[in-house]
Design a protein around this ligand. Structure first.
Ligand code: PSV
Ligand code: MN
Length: 427
């Protein structure tokens, strides 16, 4: 299924006069603070969020999975789904593949399909946290860190193969998330595990093309519950520093111990120039993979305050970082869920762009704690929804993507095309 521009235009026409009123009001409010709303709208349009191929089907928990209908059955259908998202919001212009779930058969035709719906290929992801059919060595006790060199070799070769697939599609980065670790005290030697992992990563690093990066993602726990080899940003940074300039740290919002100050982690990584980008999601307890902004929108905003600050300081544009959603859950339509997540990311970005940074710095220098808090909360409490809608509209997207998704009965159409009993790959 494709969404045609005239369908988007018709939808926008029906909402335009109301939207214009809201936008003009927001613009005037911001102008009073010396902020040009059009600059914010422009920055929002430049901010693209990659969609992971594994978020397009209903996710599950270890207690069960409740399939949706019309889920994508192939890489082609996953591209079709992300194309639909991007047509609606113009902010989801790339897809991130997971190998071996998404091995591209004919790279050229996959690339042609993607470009026909204006998509690029984001980072490619390796998978050494599951055993595949006919695999010689098992990852039950680890992969890149394994005590047995044969297992490490297999895991290294897999990552190098993933790079090969990514190269064919025009990706520019390999994302590595390792589940390696231990479930019980005594099970593994921390130092040897680290060293084995480093050696394995060094082999993968050596196979990176000139213009590629490797993103090293950390996670505090799960599926291992006593120790994880790359358990926090410090370990990840240590690996990256030892590997070299093509390795950067990937922050997944759900991968911290409770109450971690993620915005401070972001600030530190950016200060060191080692932030690769983000896997956005939200959580209440652990790696819950909930819709971005659904639980802790203020934290998301505070993270964006640091991101914007860090980008400015480094003189780097937003498209030089890897922004991606890494979420999927049981109870929502995955495409509606992703539309909500992208919107939440753009809202937080917009709010962080309107923070009065000069005044904030002055308040900090004068130890005016009350004013500093007020400056941040003023921005957070400003309704920036009209700005996000305006940026989508100007880029050719819908003023209300979820409403249009529903009006066009996209899910029913997909079910008619694909059937009701389809099961997509999902985490
Ligand atoms: C597992 O926690 C995870 O969500 C990691 O964040 C990876 O990025 C993703 O799965 C895919 O491997
Ligand atoms: Mn992740």
């Amino acid at each position: 299924m494709r969404i045609e521009q005239y369908q988007i235009d018709q939808h926008n026409d029906s909402l335009l006069s109301r939207h214009n009123n809201h936008f003009i009001f927001a613009k005037e409010q911001l102008a009073e603070q010396g902020i040009n709303a059009d600059d914010v709208v422009k920055a929002l349009a430049d901010f693209q969020v990659a969609i992971p191929s594994w978020a397009l089907g209903t996710g599950g928990t270890r207690f069960g999975r409740f399939s949706g209908v019309g889920e994508p059955r192939s890489l082609e259908e996953k591209i079709e789904d992300v194309g639909l998202l991007h047509a609606l919001n113009r902010s989801s212009g790339s897809i991130s593949l997971h190998i071996p779930w998404d091995i591209p058969g004919q790279a050229q035709s996959i690339m042609d399909l993607a470009s026909s719906v204006n998509l690029k290929f984001d980072a490619v992801n390796s998978n050494t946290f599951q055993d595949q059919k006919d695999q010689e060595q098992s990852y039950k006790f680890g992969s890149l860190s394994h005590v047995d060199p044969k297992v490490r070799k297999q895991a290294v070769e897999h990552n190098i193969e993933v790079i090969k697939y990514g190269k064919e599609l025009g990706s520019k980065a390999l994302s590595i998330w390792l589940s390696d670790g231990s479930c019980f005290p005594g099970q593994s030697n921390f130092v040897k595990s680290f060293q084995n992992t480093l050696e394995s990563l060094q082999e993968i690093y050596a196979a990176l093309p000139e213009d590629w990066k490797v993103y090293v993602e950390y996670k505090a726990y799960e599926p291992n519950f006593y120790s994880t080899v790359i358990q926090d940003w410090g370990s990840s940074l240590l690996f990256c520093q030892k590997l070299g300039p093509k390795a950067d740290v990937l922050v997944d919002l759900g991968h911290h111990l409770p109450n971690a100050n993620i915005e401070q982690i972001v600030a530190t990584l950016m200060m060191e120039g080692r932030l690769a980008g983000f896997h956005f999601n939200d959580s209440k307890y652990g790696d819950d993979d909930l819709t971005v902004g659904s639980i802790r929108p203020y934290m998301l905003f505070l993270i964006f305050v640091e991101l914007v600050e860090g980008m400015k300081r480094a003189g780097r544009a937003s498209d030089t970082y890897a922004w991606m959603i890494d979420a999927s859950h049981n109870v929502k339509d995955p495409l509606e869920d992703l539309l909500q997540s992208v919107e939440a990311i753009l809202l937080a970005y917009a709010q962080s762009l309107i923070v009065d940074r000069k005044k904030l710095e002055q308040a900090r220098n004068e130890n005016d704690v009350v004013l500093a808090q007020q400056i941040l909360q003023n921005a957070f409490r400003t309704d920036v929804r009209p700005l996000v809608r305006e940026s989508m509209r100007l880029a050719g997207g819908a003023l209300d993507p979820i409403a249009l998704f529903r009006n066009l009965s996209v899910r029913t159409e997909l079910m008619n095309e694909r059937g009701g009993l389809t099961v997509a790959t999902g985490l």
